[in-house]
Write a protein that binds this ligand. Structure first.
Ligand code: ATP
Ligand code: MG
Length: 413
């Protein structure tokens, strides 16, 4: 049986395999080794798309007025949601959380098979540390529906540690801090170059921990805490001679881009149009109406994400979105205030994981800091404060988990 490693991330996914002692990543059609975990169901076609291809096709359909179809991001976060049963997608039927993940993983499997010119019937799938039984069984179903006969799960931070120990010289107690899009995962593990190829590493994993908040949550905080007024939050309007505050439920829908679509119903659209007519800030309320009408949610959130990422290198950034006449400056100190409750939660999770492993920070010889969100200065400083700068190593933020999974997959054959 041939296995492939898959890091099915909330934001980005990769497939990998060690071949001739070297890690090799599957290339997506755009030539990249990592693509966003995005699914697109076009309105006028039976064929769904994933990754950057999905994004390009979605945007071109919008531009050419060919119908928006359904673009879906962060599908991994649907797996633990017990309340999510299915979503109806025009032309594709009722899709459950595992159907959605299967649609993504199935195409990635095809890419992998083309890349390595062989069929894969087994998969080594990364999984977050905090992942319910429900989430796990849905992910397993998804992999099976995608055509894999055998599914092996590997904790994502343990995979990142494995990628490190392959090149290490001696046994070390390591703390992995993997801060991605959907989850912040922490793991204390004894790495060992000798044992790295052995099948059972359970004794080496001293403790795992984490929180279900990471990069997506930080992006959504920028929307809620800084940009929402640009879409009417805090404004007032008149109804039946009374001055009323802008409805909170409309603003709540703004916090995640896909929820904006839920405002595309005739009642909310009608309400927003009526509010705009008597608003003290009609320009902002009309901006909300345009956001909904033109399906700008995805692009707006991309612009917020870009600004967030820019702040990892600069002390100010702009959320620029011309179609909505938006150019909002975010300064690093303001951003840090917005995200500090999340940073505190991640810090607590790190300290709890150390406690569960019955070690103090001094006993940790090395810290593997990875995942896209680990680049945020405040978060980076927090990790340095706990462990000291000299212990921290930063493997490639986006491929370290997939590298470990590729090693495990090669071993399984
Ligand atoms: N330079 C940067 N500064 C801040 N955040 C960044 C930067 N680059 C990427 N990110 C954020 O990192 C997150 C993606 O990281 P990553 O690819 O490690 O996540 P993932 O593996 O898909 O998610 P998860 O592991 O939670 O399932 C996104 O929220 C993205 O906005
Ligand atoms: Mg990840």
């Amino acid at each position: 049986m041939h296995f492939i490693g898959i890091d099915f991330g909330t934001s980005n996914s990769l497939a990998s395999l060690v071949s001739q002692n070297r890690i090799e990543f599957v290339k997506f059609p755009d030539g990249k080794i990592s693509n966003p975990t995005i699914l697109y169901f076009p309105e006028k076609s039976k064929q769904h798309l994933i990754g950057n291809e999905a994004v390009y096709r979605y945007l071109s359909h919008l531009e050419q007025n060919e119908g928006a179809g359904r673009l879906m991001l962060s599908i991994k976060t649907l797996l633990p949601e017990a309340n999510f049963d299915h979503t109806a997608v025009i032309g594709f039927g009722r899709l459950t959380a595992d159907d959605l993940a299967a649609r993504f993983i199935g195409i990635l499997k095809e890419y992998a098979e083309n890349h390595f010119s062989r069929a894969f019937d087994g998969v080594v799938l990364g999984r977050p540390v905090n992942f319910s039984e429900l989430a796990l069984s849905r992910l397993e179903n998804a992999a099976k529906k995608a055509g894999f006969k055998e599914v092996i799960f590997w904790l994502e931070p343990v995979a990142a540690a494995l990628a490190h120990e392959i090149t290490a010289e001696k046994d070390e107690l390591v703390c992995v801090v993997d801060l991605g899009g959907g989850t912040s995962d922490i793991c204390v593990v004894e790495t060992s170059p000798q044992r790295s190829m052995s099948a059972d590493r359970e004794n080496d994993v001293k403790a795992v921990g984490g929180v279900n908040q990471a990069g997506d949550e930080l992006t959504s905080r920028i929307m809620k805490e800084q940009l929402a007024p640009k879409f009417g939050a805090g404004s007032t309007f008149f109804s039946l001679g009374k001055e009323l505050p802008f409805p909170v439920h409309l603003i709540e829908r703004l916090s995640r881009w896909h929820r904006i679509n839920l405002l595309k119903n005739s009642r909310d659209i009608g309400d927003i149009a009526a509010i705009a007519r008597s608003s003290d800030r009609p320009e902002d309320v009309n901006r909300l109406a345009n956001l909904i009408k033109h399906h700008y949610g995805f692009e707006l959130f991309q612009a917020i994400n870009d600004a967030k990422e820019h702040l990892s290198q600069n002390d100010r950034a702009f959320v620029k979105f011309k179609p909505l006449n938006l150019a909002e400056e975010i300064c690093l100190t303001g951003f840090e205030e917005m995200i500090s409750p999340v940073t505190v939660k991640i810090e607590q999770a790190i300290r709890e994981t150390l406690r569960a492993a019955a070690v103090g920070p001094a006993a940790i010889k090395r810290v593997i800091l990875t995942g896209g969100s680990s680049q945020i200065p405040q978060i980076n400083q927090m990790v340095i404060k706990i462990f000291g700068a000299e212990k921290i190593i930063r493997p490639d933020f986006f491929s370290s988990v997939a590298t470990g999974l590729g090693y495990v997959a090669a071993r399984k054959k």
